[in-house]
Design a protein around this ligand. Structure first.
Ligand code: NAG
Ligand code: NAG
Ligand code: NAG
Ligand code: NAG
Length: 964
């Protein structure tokens, strides 16, 4: 018997065993396992050795490094272990809505240098906020609201120069707002931050004028319900981008409002109630965006009815209680077209109350209790909503009109809103753990409370505020792969913090329960603010309840994994080998078994994505041909292996020959993997409308017999990515690279500037640029693309999608999508063409590396890029022509602010210049020369490496899980 195969097997087994144990020692597994060890429960599928390979719920990886932990509403109890620091690649940590997580945050959290988002909303963490959070130089999003943190706001937060969102509201923080003290930074250094949400603490001292200057980008400044004292910040008028200002309920805030206050012309919501503000009543003339004004209960000088009262055309809600204002109320006030609520009690309004006949149709409360009104003149169509005049001279003891009671007159008092149940017949009786949804199905909803900190409206009797929200939420979640049957809202009311609070129930679609994975996604959408309410609802926070999973969480005390490490090191060498062999065999067998399932799971990260393929989901056509299943079966010789030219997690790609002889590529979605329906439709609808030689042509599609297939022109030379790595056998010298980049730029510029409506591709990357037989670049894969508004200039707010490494950080933070996001990705692609490296590899980000190299360069040679340049280029005897301009242009494309980036047509113009300089000739078809192949390997097919389903559908940018 020949033993050598066995020997080989044994050796490989041994190697494998040691490699695996090395992995686990390396950190990922130990970090996450240690983290979970400090919790009393853990998600039930947290078993196995490697969280990344073993598909742990709520975990996203890059390779075998954990990049994202999202476990909101998992009912976790316990503490946050200091071992978290070993998760060194972590970018997103979301443990929101786990009320049982307590104790202080470990200072080692400051070691997570890659962290972008730290979200711990609605837990029970206490103690001081560790100052080490200030070391997280990349942090953009910090939400610690609704915990029990005490002590001061650490001044070190001022070092977070990339911070966009800072929410510390609803804790027990004390002390003042830290500012730059000559050495250490303070909150005034956060010039990029748009949101300061600090309400509901015990913060005190004066509000430092330093944090209110024209360098600040603040749009929401929320300091309500604290103990701030001293004078009103005199420089507030300089923060001209401000949209929401809440300083209400500080009780001790004094002093006059500065004269330039009405320079805040963007201000929509103004809350100054319950302070001791003095001086003249502020002059709000010119603040034409104001919706909601509440200045009640202050100590302003006595005043006459101010003129701005009737000139503000967008006022919905005017609250001026107990302010010493006198005079007759002008009729024009009631004519403000969107006016809803007037709360004016406790002033000296006198004379006649004349609402007139064309008062705002939305007006539903006029509270004038305790004023000096003598006459109520009724004319024309009478006002029938609530009116309170008790405490005015008109309400003599003889006058028993309803408006002379403290409850006032009203047509009807609306009960609090509750979403109706739409049952066509007798509603079913639900099992005790389930609830009847508004669409009349029984399911376990995800529940929580949503609070809008500053809505633009106050008329809660107008149910459209809630029906609109229900519909919008349902569609936003569904667009993001979380299909909802319906959304139910209950009991909206303004709570004592003056937040509009309501309870919320989200019902799963097509199943009785959300999975753990669903809840991880849903919670993250809300905690990370990637769900945005419609305009006018203002900033919000959500507190989720624990979800009762069908799959119970498991106790954490006995870690599930076999801890092999001590085992291996703790026994004799001979024993070790034996053990290793046994363990490794087991591992291999287990892994073998799991692997196919796993691939499928990865392509389908959200198991709730089954979109019914109904006739209504057949996309709109613009010239693309509809194929039947039988036709495609025929042209691909029954999807034969010989025609199989690529494989992806979505399914397979086949070559086919149409009856006329045209070669096509047929992308066939895996049966049952319907989650791509939306992307499938998008791709057809957009691609069938665009025609350009640098955009791949869609020949047609097929939705038949439960299959979804796309038929493209056949592009023989694979992806740009494969050419850069040498995989496709096409060698790209510098001149060819310039030509390919130019072609791709033209394709993208066409989408931006000539397609109607303009299209943002959203997933520009080297694996989505295909090369034809003459190396013409063709932009492909429109699964994530978005048409822009009719004028094309507008931007759209959308769920962030794209591919990690190429994703525009501004788009990621603001969710505002514009063409400039593609420009960013294109800049990354240009750098990739230069370096031939993946944009994100081993924690190295090509943009950062190139910027650094260019900044540090000692000599002008190769722009200081010797180390980074693709060796193929660096090896050429002369420096690539136009390199310096090329690098400049690429770096302009990856400027942080979209406004600083060139347009794609500028990029085309620039590249045309280099191409001339490099002597390539601008005609796309000229000068390609003969292609040099490496060896005889046949090119891999373009579509194979790239699948629409590798994009993230959640709020995170796509993070590809690389196979080992
Ligand atoms: C913080 O702001 C102050 C004052 O604006 C400035 O002088 C200082 O350089 C800033 N520090 C940092 C680290 O940005
Ligand atoms: C008002 O704001 C503008 C910029 O929006 C600024 O130029 C002007 O100086 C400000 N006026 C006052 C009085 O602060
Ligand atoms: C309020 O401001 C406007 C414009 O700034 C000015 O014209 C008006 O006179 C001011 N009103 C009062 C009462 O100061
Ligand atoms: C991966 O996780 C999902 C969601 O928890 C689960 O449905 C699926 O069965 C898991 N697959 C494997 C291979 O563990």
């Amino acid at each position: 018997m020949d033993l050598s195969p066995w020997l080989v097997l044994l050796l490989s087994v041994l190697v494998k065993a040691f490699v695996i144990s090395g992995d686990t020692n390396g950190g990922v597994d130990t970090g996450l396992t240690a983290l979970a060890a400090s919790w009393d429960t853990r998600p039930s599928n947290w078993v196995g050795i490697n969280p990344c390979e073993d598909n742990w719920t709520g975990i996203i990886c890059n390779g075998d490094r954990v990049t994202s932990i999202r476990l909101s509403s998992f009912g976790l109890t316990g503490t946050l272990s200091g071992d978290i620091q070993s998760l060194s690649e972590l970018q997103y940590l979301d443990l929101s809505y786990n009320n049982g997580l307590h104790g202080s945050l470990p200072s080692s959290i400051g070691a997570l240098s890659n962290l972008l988002s730290l979200i711990l909303v609605g837990c029970s963490f206490s103690g001081e906020i560790p100052k080490e959070i200030g070391h997280l130089a990349n942090l953009k999003f910090l939400s610690l609201n609704s915990n029990k943190f005490s002590g001061p706001i650490p001044a070190s937060l001022g070092s977070l120069s990339n911070l966009y969102w800072l929410d510390l509201a609803d804790n027990m923080l004390t002390g003042g707002l830290p500012i730059f003290d000559g050495t250490n930074p303070g909150l005034d250094n956060l010039t990029k931050t748009l949101h300061f949400h600090f309400g509901g603490n015990q913060l005190s001292g004066t509000i430092p004028f330093q944090i209110l200057n024209s360098n600040m980008s603040l749009i929401h400044l929320l300091l309500e319900n604290n103990n701030f004292s001293g004078s009103f910040p005199p420089t507030l008028g300089l923060v001209t981008g401000l949209e929401v200002l809440r300083l209400d309920n500080n009780h001790l805030l004094t002093g006059p409002i500065p004269a330039n206050f009405n320079n805040l012309t963007q201000l929509e919501e103004l809350h100054l109630a319950n302070n001791k503000l003095t001086g003249p009543l502020p002059n709000l003339t010119g603040m034409n965006s104001l919706n909601f004004v509440d200045m009640s209960n202050n100590s302003f000088n006595a005043s006459d009815v101010p003129a701005w009262l009737t000139t503000s055309k967008s006022l919905t809600s005017l609250y001026l209680e107990n302010l010493n204002i006198s005079g007759q109320l002008p009729q024009a006030l009631f004519h403000i077209p969107v006016l809803q609520t007037l709360k004016l009690r406790g002033n000296h309004f006198n004379g006649t109350l004349n609402i007139g006949s064309d008062f705002s149709s939305q007006l539903d409360l006029i509270d004038l209790q305790d004023n000096q009104i003598e006459v109520y003149a009724v004319e024309g169509s009478q006002y029938k909503k609530k009116l309170i005049l008790v405490g005015n001279p008109i309400c003599t003891p003889e006058n028993n009109q309803p408006y002379c009671t403290t409850t006032g007159q009203a047509d009807q008092d609306m009960p609090p809103y509750t979403t109706a149940k739409n049952c066509s017949s007798l509603p079913p009786t639900c099992p005790s753990d389930q609830t009847l949804s508004p669409n009349c199905i029984c399911a376990v909803p995800y529940k929580g409370t949503i609070s809008f900190r500053s809505p633009s409206f106050s008329d809660l009797s107008n149910i459209s505020h809630f029906t609109v929200l229900e519909q919008q939420m349902r569609s936003v979640f569904s667009e993001n792969g979380i299909l909802l049957d319906s959304v139910s809202i209950n009991d909206p009311f303004f709570n004592t913090n003056n937040n509009l609070q309501m309870s919320l129930e989200l019902f799963p679609s097509g199943k009785a329960q959300f999975s753990q994975q669903d809840i991880s996604e849903v919670g993250f959408m809300l905690s990370n603010q990637s769900y945005k309410p419609p305009r006018g609802y203002g900033p919000y926070f959500f507190i989720g309840q624990d979800y009762s999973f069908a799959n119970e969480l498991v106790p954490s005390s006995k870690p599930k994994r076999t801890d092999r490490t001590p085992l291996i090191s703790g026994v004799t060498v001979g024993g070790a080998i034996l053990v290793a062999v046994v363990v490794a065999f087991v591992i291999i067998i287990v892994r073998r078994k799991r692997r196919p399932v796993q691939t499928e799971e990865r392509s389908q990260p959200f198991d709730s994505w089954h979109i019914k393929s109904t006739s209504s989901s057949v996309p709109q056509l613009h010239g693309a041909r509809v194929f039947t299943f039988v036709e495609l079966k025929k042209i691909t010789s029954n999807f034969s292996e010989a025609n199989d030219i690529g494989n992806g997690s979505y399914g397979k790609v086949y070559r086919g020959t149409l009856p006329g002889g045209q070669l096509v590529a047929v992308k066939r979605s895996q049966q049952g993997s319907m989650q791509g329906s939306l992307e499938f439709r998008t791709e057809i609808e957009l691609l069938s409308r665009v025609h350009h030689k640098n955009v791949v042509t869609l020949v047609g599609f097929c939705v038949d017999q439960g299959e979804q297939m796309l038929v493209y022109e056949y592009v023989p030379n694979g992806t740009l990515r494969d050419s850069l790595t040498g995989k496709s056998g096409v060698r790209l010298d510098w001149r060819r690279r310039l030509r390919v980049v130019l072609g791709a730029a033209k394709g993208v510029a066409y989408l931006h500037e000539h397609a109607d409506p303009p299209i943002v591709h959203r997933d520009i990357k080297s694996s989505n640029v295909l090369l034809d037989d003459r190396l013409n670049a063709k932009v492909s894969d429109f699964g994530l693309s978005k048409p822009l508004g009719v004028d094309g200039r507008g931007n759209v707010t959308t769920q962030v999608k794209g591919t990690m490494g190429y994703l525009d950080p501004e788009y990621y933070m603001t969710q505002h999508l514009t063409q400039k996001s593609d420009v960013y990705s294109f800049g990354v692609l240009m750098l990739e063409v230069l370096t031939a490296r993946k944009p994100l590899e081993h924690g190295r980000y090509v943009v950062r590396e190139v910027k650094k190299a260019v900044a540090d360069r000692a000599s002008k040679d190769l722009c200081g890029l010797q180390e980074l340049l693709d060796p193929v280029l660096a090896a050429s005897p002369s420096a690539p022509a136009g390199l310096e301009q090329y690098v400049d242009l690429a770096l302009q494309c990856v400027e942080e602010a979209g406004n600083d980036r060139p347009s794609m047509s500028d990029v085309v113009g620039e590249i045309e210049r280099f191409v001339k300089m490099a002597g390539v000739g601008t005609g796309a078809d000229s000068a390609s020369g003969s292609l040099v192949s490496y060896g005889s390997r046949s090119p891999r097919h373009p579509y194979s490496g790239d699948s629409p389903f590798e994009h993230s559908a959640g709020a995170l940018p796509s993070v590809r899980v690389e196979p080992h």
